[in-house]
Ligand binder design. Structure first.
Ligand code: ADP
Ligand code: MG
Length: 397
């Protein structure tokens, strides 16, 4: 990522596709049959609502993972990536047993596994992966590689598989083969997103709706600030938040916290027996409502007015859900003080990225203010990008 002082848009989309193709030729001494791409994503609003059967509003980034691929005569798969020197090869027996392919190639084997388990004949293939999506920053490089590989294999295998079934398959690859317990948001966003739109996803019904989110038409930009907060082991924190929510739902006698309406919040809180649980519930219920309010504002073309909802979401994550860290809070405060319409942490918490909604002309000023606040506290410099909502997985050529 670039430094905050030199905020830039993303690299031209051709570059990463060119790298995937060049690597394919170099590694396999052959021409790829085609290239397929899928983007990273961020969640505009709706944090920790997914496993409460609630609402999320992600959009796709102009950062992409591209797979160059060609079929081969036998039923085997070879994959190489810029991230690793060694290509990995596996056959049907490896793909059919989660755990046989490990490391980064498990994301590829997982897609083959999910397709085969659903009864599809997957063509053997050689694949080469290149990516502009930073790994492990919460921008979902994992969903990007899954979706790019899935799109390539569906095409190469000539499968008649409607795109609305792809997110489930990619999610299964990550849950069932890689072993990471993610919800359906990431895969839905990177597969189904449309340029200039956010994807309103109901995590209970899995229904999606494309909501106009044309930042550039409104003269706005979104900063994605990588907090560079040191990596923390957050699996336990995530699990304990999730347990709290499930326990509260069962105390309230409802399937999930989604079933507490915003105007029923006080009554629900009065029925819970400890303060911490009350705060967790208040976050989830108010956050669901903020997603619905954001959707209503965007539908009405009032993009700037979403800003205060982003900031309220951040306060709720900081004070009620208690999942922010010093770097993240610093970035949010500095962005707001420098004139952002709104700012919030995005992603599961304890690090990752901050979003700041800004006037396009103020992007550099806000990015510089965040960098200065970081320098003052001697944090590792943040990485800042300006992004516009992009489209989902597709064939490049
Ligand atoms: P995030 O999705 O937030 O970036 P994850 O931990 O969920 O972080 O997924 C990152 C993992 O996905 C990487 O460690 C790697 O195993 C795999 N991955 C992502 N992009 C690539 C890529 N371009 N090439 C190979 N593996 C990748
Ligand atoms: Mg991921």
């Amino acid at each position: 990522m670039t430094t905050a002082a030199a905020t830039t848009s993303t690299a031209p989309p051709g570059d990463v596709a060119a790298r995937a193709g060049a690597r394919f030729r170099q590694r396999y001494a052959a021409e790829p049959a085609g290239r397929w791409a899928a983007p990273g994503r961020v969640n505009l609003i709706g944090e920790h609502t997914d496993y409460n059967d609630g609402f999320v509003l992600p959009f796709a980034l102009p950062l992409r993972t591209v797979v160059a691929a060609a079929p081969r005569d036998d039923e085997r798969w070879t994959v190489c990536s810029e991230l690793s020197d060694d290509p990995v090869e596996f056959g049907p027996a490896d793909a059919d047993e989660p755990g046989r392919v490990t490391g980064w190639a498990a994301y590829v084997a997982g897609v083959v596994w999910a397709l085969r388990a659903a009864g599809h004949a997957v063509a053997g293939a050689r694949l080469s992966v290149a990516s502009d999506v930073p790994v492990g920053s919460g921008l979902s490089s994992s969903a990007a590689i899954e979706a790019a590989v899935l799109t390539a294999l569906v095409d190469l295998s000539g499968l008649d598989l409607p795109a609305d079934r792809w997110p489930r398959l990619a999610q299964r690859a990550e849950n069932g083969y890689v072993g990471a317990p993610t919800g359906i948001m990431d895969q839905s966003a990177v597969i189904r997103a449309r340029p200039g739109h956010a994807l309103f996803l109901d995590c209970r019904t899995e229904q999606v709706e494309h909501i106009p989110f044309d930042l550039s038409a409104a003269g706005l930009a979104m900063l994605v600030i990588d907090s560079r907060a040191p990596h923390r082991h957050i699996d336990g924190e995530y699990a304990s938040r999730r347990r709290s929510c499930e326990r509260a739902a069962s105390q309230l006698g409802i399937p999930a916290l989604r079933d507490v309406p915003a105007d029923g919040l006080d009554a629900a809180l009065a029925r819970l027996d400890d303060d911490e649980t009350r705060r967790r519930v208040r976050h989830v219920v108010t956050e669901n409502q903020r997603v619905l309010d954001s959707v209503a504002l965007l539908r009405a073309g009032r993009v700037r007015d979403v800003g205060p909802l982003l900031t309220a979401s951040h306060a709720s994550m900081r004070d009620d859900f208690e999942i922010t860290v010093a770097e993240i809070d610093t970035a949010v405060e500095a962005a707001l003080a420098a004139g952002a319409y709104g700012a919030r942490m995005t992603g599961g918490g304890f690090g990752g990225c901050v979003l700041a909604l800004v006037e396009a002309s103020a992007a550099d000023t806000v990015a510089a203010a965040v960098a200065a606040a970081y320098a003052e506290r001697r944090f590792t410099a943040p990485g800042t990008r300006t992004v516009l909502p992009a489209g989902g997985a597709h064939r490049v050529d």
